[in-house]
Design a protein around this ligand. Structure first.
Ligand SMILES: [Mn+2]
Length: 421
């Protein structure tokens, strides 16, 4: 009967946190990636002759640096206008009315829902009612869903809402609401935004986060995209996930248990790269590498992490066909227990026992995080914030750091003739 595209969290011109701090980072590709993901949405809407497009908040990453961000969006909306496709938008926490100081008049096929109250739009040519409301300010604490109106009888009712639902890890708890509250509203489809992971929360009614359209750092791994939704005569819903990203993040964890030498580890990495490339055809990849497990190679790896990071990067070039960039390599592997006993004794063994205890004792990490809390508060915000921020108050983060320090420390202490420690 009709079809539409549901996207959210495009975050146009997101600055891609600290990317230029890393060697060889494809900064330019990342800089343009959120724009390209929008272009992919527009391409797909036009190619599939979608009847309309929904964008459920965080269209922009924040206030525009200059008018180019807005002009770019206008150019893409005009492509949809030429294809006769209307677009409906609600603003989220990143692009709430109070956070955006610049604006441009949008083409007449685009409707941005207001923030003062919930509005309902009835489409002329389709039996569709769209209910929506924008965030007025970034930190929306109210349950906006409560004031959404009853469904319009005889129409396919869509609710557009930027919300954290009852809370999702890593996402601010804005516009909280409950799944049952949404379900009880009697709509057919809830086009949600805010949570960057694709998640179908309910099939009847259909309640879904499409996730963001382009991964921006290693904590947003795998394919990112939007949904193409087809609604039949009986109002039955079929949805298809469409990848819109142009560069994709992954963490590759290498279990070094079966390896003997550092080059075995590098070769294992190369094998993983080849598999990942064939699973993600023609997609450039950004990868973080974690080396875990027990291996006799741990001592050599830890003794010169710079060299082995270079070897991993070289293998990515050789096996990656120019499509793979290694963001960072984490050396978290250990020597096998037997090797410890052979090569070390006394103080060294005590140190390793201490590390093991820390790894197995969440309460110790908790105490450590508590002890560091005061210090953490004194750190400048730019050091604390962001995906790579220092989080001394978070026991899990402290645990991760301890794991990362271990191989480095052991490597230095064990370096042959290493009297320089
Ligand atoms: Mn977002």
């Amino acid at each position: 009967m009709f079809s539409f595209i549901h996207a959210a969290d495009i975050h146009i011109d997101s600055p891609m946190h600290k990317l230029d701090a890393y060697d060889g980072a494809p900064v330019e590709a990342f800089r343009l990636s959120t724009r390209k993901s929008l272009e992919n949405i527009v391409d797909r809407a036009a190619a599939d002759k979608a009847d309309f497009v929904l964008i459920s908040g965080d269209l922009y990453d924040g206030d525009w640096k200059d008018y180019n961000t807005g002009l770019y969006f206008v150019s893409q909306m005009n492509r949809l206008r030429e294809a006769g496709i209307p677009v409906f938008i609600v603003a989220g926490n990143h692009d709430a009315a109070s956070a955006i100081t610049k604006s441009l008049r949008l083409p007449d096929n685009v409707t941005l829902f207001g923030a003062a109250q919930t509005e309902t739009l009835l489409l002329d040519e389709l039996p569709v009612a769209i209910h929506g409301r924008s965030f007025a300010s970034p930190a929306e604490k109210k349950d906006l869903s409560r004031n959404y109106p009853d469904p319009v009888p005889g129409r396919f009712n869509i609710g557009m809402l930027h919300t954290a639902l009852t809370g999702r890890p890593g996402h601010e708890p804005y516009a909280p609401c409950t799944l049952s509250g949404l379900r009880d509203k009697g709509y057919h489809y809830w086009a949600l935004g805010h949570v960057h992971e694709y998640e179908v929360l309910c099939n009847d009614p259909f309640i879904v986060f499409p996730g963001n359209t382009q991964g921006r750092h290693v904590r947003e791994p795998g394919p990112r995209g939007c949904l193409l939704v087809t609604v039949g005569e009986d109002m039955g819903i079929a949805s298809e996930f469409i990848a819109t990203d142009v560069i994709r993040w992954f963490t590759i964890t290498i279990d070094a248990d079966e390896t003997q030498s550092p080059y075995d580890v590098v070769d294992a990495f190369a094998g993983r790269i080849e598999a990942l490339l064939s699973e993600n055809e023609s997609m450039p990849l950004a990868v973080r590498v974690e080396i875990v497990g027990e291996t006799p190679a741990a001592a050599d790896l830890s003794a010169d992490t710079e060299r082995w990071t270079g070897e991993i990067r070289a293998a990515a070039m050789t096996s990656g066909g120019g499509r793979v960039w290694v963001e960072k390599v984490q050396f978290s592997c250990r020597l096998p227990q037997a090797a410890h006993q052979e090569r070390m004794g006394g103080a060294m063994e005590e140190l390793l026992v201490l590390f093991d205890e820390l790894a197995d004792a969440p309460d110790v990490r908790m105490e450590l995080a508590e002890a560091l809390l005061d210090f953490h508060r004194r750190l400048p915000p730019e050091v604390r914030d962001g995906p790579d921020g220092i989080r001394l108050d978070d026991p899990d983060w402290v645990g991760e750091m301890i794991e990362q320090v271990r191989p480095e420390l052991v490597g230095r202490l064990m370096r042959k003739g290493g009297g320089d420690v």
